[in-house]
Ligand binder design. Structure first.
Ligand code: DAT
Ligand code: MG
Length: 151
């Protein structure tokens, strides 16, 4: 099953939007695979955002993600990476599709509420960075056959 790391970043937690993010992913039919609430260490933040090192927004991005707790989750399902990116919306909230989380709840790129893996390759790396194998729950839902064409 394809999986994606999803973070409700500090602004989403502070604004009480953890439930809003979860309800949208649940309603879409995606499956929760893992979840934990944590303060992000400097080291984890730097590894997670290593691809952005050297960019003008890098330092403020690291400060933002380490500034307060985040809700880290793994969600799975068919085409989970693309589906979740779509549900979250484009990086810049003013370019995010109406109905997406970033459109509906955010205004600024530096306060865009969530993170979701951008490719299947990166999703596997991110899942392994944030969670141990034993934290990933492999389970079946009674409704799977009504949501997944193949299961
Ligand atoms: P995404 O979070 O949609 O995967 P990204 O990986 O390109 O976006 O960037 C990571 C985060 O960095 C993004 O959520 C917000 C911030 N960011 C990206 N581009 C930025 C920019 N041009 N100015 C300020 N912050 C930016
Ligand atoms: Mg990204």
């Amino acid at each position: 099953m394809e999986r994606s790391l999803v973070l409700v970043k500090p602004d989403g937690v502070q604004r009480g939007l953890i439930g809003e993010v979860i309800i949208r992913l649940e309603r879409r039919g995606l499956m929760l695979v893992a979840a934990k609430f944590l303060n992000v260490s400097q080291e984890l933040a730097e590894t997670h955002y290593a691809i952005h090192k050297g960019k003008p927004f890098y330092d403020t991005l690291i400060k933002y993600i380490t500034s307060a707790p985040v809700m880290a989750m793994v969600w799975g399902g068919p085409n989970a990476v693309a589906a979740i990116r779509q549900t979250m919306g484009a990086t810049r909230p003013t370019e995010a599709a109406p109905g997406s989380v970033r459109h509906d709840f955010a205004l600024e790129i530096g306060r865009n509420l969530t993170h979701a893996s951008d490719t299947v390759e990166n999703s596997e790396k991110e899942v392994a960075l944030w969670f141990t194998p034993s934290e990933l729950i492999n389970w079946k839902r009674e409704t799977d056959r009504w949501i997944f064409e193949q299961n």
